[in-house]
Write a protein that binds this ligand. Structure first.
Ligand code: F6P
Length: 469
């Protein structure tokens, strides 16, 4: 059957911006790639709140893609986005049971927005369209679409970790979410470990059998659950890094460093990223290596994120206090150990800053993949590459085994890795970097999108009925 269109659905929709700003996220780059091969629609939240939002999306046509944008009410934003998605699900998915705040009202709001989206989509989707849903905000979307009679092939990609069944099981409503996920034909996870966690949960909850390695059989329906590690546009990022030298911020940073070595961290302000823990590891490094004081600068670039969610406001205070304490106790006139910046920079600038840095610190407490790790590698100068220090709890650690792999909970171990990275000889840096480059080239973003869509469109043999589990 000839596929007419690809319909992508995600919480946020990145409409191309002529200034090149505001659409630089990994998801935006990855999904644009998917549209290289298919014409289609990209449907989701406009990011705007309206008192009386229309039940039909606003349509914007740009570069082969039709963007379909839905406004939400402020209650929707509170319950669906801030509430259930980011206060209950996000912490559980990142193994932070103690931070998860469940509320029945938020959960009802989450289901309501999924139903609203499904209803609007049902009027746009043609019978032979391929539907690709993204992210934890929209887990029940396929179930809502099936309830409206849609029999299209629908895939879901989970961009964040999927925890062990024992962890997910602590969340009220998790059984319903598991049941809803089986309404997808194909479920993609960042790693094989995450895929295994979901398959085990389905088998435990519903007594499902594992038919082939990656197919969970629930009798009337089968769902394929498989790892598809997301990649980056390696060539594009490499080129951006090569050309970045003329950019004002990159030039100023290089000039400000003088002979100092640069260590870099780039993360959204999120507790899953381990930012205060990383600052304390750097502090430990400076205490243990006093000869390095005044010789290294750690630049942490951290755009603020989800600031209406209380746990994020608390994190912001903790980071500022940790930063102030370390800079106050270890800084000297003429040298600030940690530079902390909340701005959002274009990818071209980030690529240039990564290339300047001798060490890339990517030490999340938990992360689905972490594309910054891959971007740091892609940005390096092949003749004199820097060293990646990478958390064992990032999905990227499964592929980038030539990074210095650390436990982010152990600041002594991270401090030692910073030291090893700064002292590593050039031959070893080149060997490690070449192996990491090969890994990220093999599974770049085009591979990721093409592989997922090939499996989704070839999934016709998987039965799909309306029977509920
Ligand atoms: O990593 C998951 C994710 O939802 C991405 O899709 C998104 O780009 C990122 O987190 C930022 O989240 P938010 O849209 O809440 O700012």
């Amino acid at each position: 059957m000839e596929l007419s269109r690809l319909v992508v659905v995600s919480n946020r929709v990145a409409v191309p911006d002529p200034t090149g700003k505001g659409s630089a996220g990994g998801l935006a780059v990855a999904l644009r790639e998917a549209f290289q091969a298919y014409q289609g629609i990209w449907f989701g939240w406009s990011g705007k709140v309206a008192a009386h939002p229309s039940s039909q999306p606003k349509l914007v046509d740009k570069e082969r893609v039709q963007y379909a944008l839905m406004d939400l009410t402020s209650l929707d934003r509170q319950e669906y986005y801030n509430g259930f998605a980011n206060r209950a699900l996000w912490p559980i998915m990142h193994y932070r049971i103690g931070l998860s705040e469940f509320s029945r009202a938020d959960y009802a709001g989450y289901l309501r927005v999924n139903r609203t989206f499904a209803t609007a989509l049902a009027q746009m989707v043609r019978p032979d369209d391929l539907v690709w849903v993204h992210d934890y905000h929209l887990i029940p979307l396929a179930a809502e679409m099936r309830a409206l009679g849609l029999t299209n092939r629908i895939g879901y990609f989970h961009h964040i970790p999927w925890p062990a069944p024992e962890v997910l099981g602590t969340l009220p409503g998790s059984r319903e979410l598991l049941r809803a996920i089986t309404d997808y034909d194909l479920v993609g996870m960042q790693t094989d470990r995450d895929a295994d966690n979901l398959r085990r949960a389905l088998m435990q909850e519903f007594g499902a059998a594992q038919r082939k390695a990656d197919i969970v059989d629930l009798g009337e329906r089968q769902t394929r659950v498989k790892g598809y590690p997301i990649g980056i546009d390696v060539r594009g990022f490499e080129q951006a890094a090569q050309r970045s030298g003329n950019h004002r911020i990159v030039r100023q940073t290089a000039a400000g460093l003088g002979s100092r070595q640069l260590i870099i961290g780039v993360d959204r302000l999120d507790y899953s990223k381990g930012i205060p823990e990383r600052m304390e590891a750097f502090e430990r490094f400076l205490i243990g290596n006093p000869d390095q004081r005044g010789r290294v600068t750690y630049l942490q670039i951290t755009p603020t994120s989800r600031s209406e969610v209380p746990e994020y406001a608390t994190l912001s205070r903790v980071v500022n206090e940790t930063l102030g304490r370390i800079n106050g106790s270890l800084g000297e006139p003429g040298w600030v150990p940690i530079h902390y910046v909340n701005s959002t920079y274009p990818r071209s600038v980030l690529a240039g800053l990564h290339r300047l840095a001798k060490v890339g610190l990517v030490t999340p407490m938990r992360d689905g993949m972490n594309l910054v790790a891959k971007e740091y590698v892609a940005a390096q100068n092949p003749e004199d590459p820097g060293v990646l220090v990478l958390s064992k709890f990032a999905g990227a650690a499964q592929q980038l085994t030539d990074a210095l792999i650390v436990n982010p909970n152990d600041k002594f171990e991270v401090a030692e890795a910073i030291r090893d990275a700064l002292y590593m000889d050039r031959t070893e840096r080149i060997t490690r970097w070449e192996r990491m480059m090969n890994a990220i080239r093999e599974t770049d973003v085009s591979w990721w999108a093409a592989t997922f869509l090939r499996d989704l469109s070839g999934n016709k043999s998987l039965g799909r009925t309306r029977t509920q589990v």
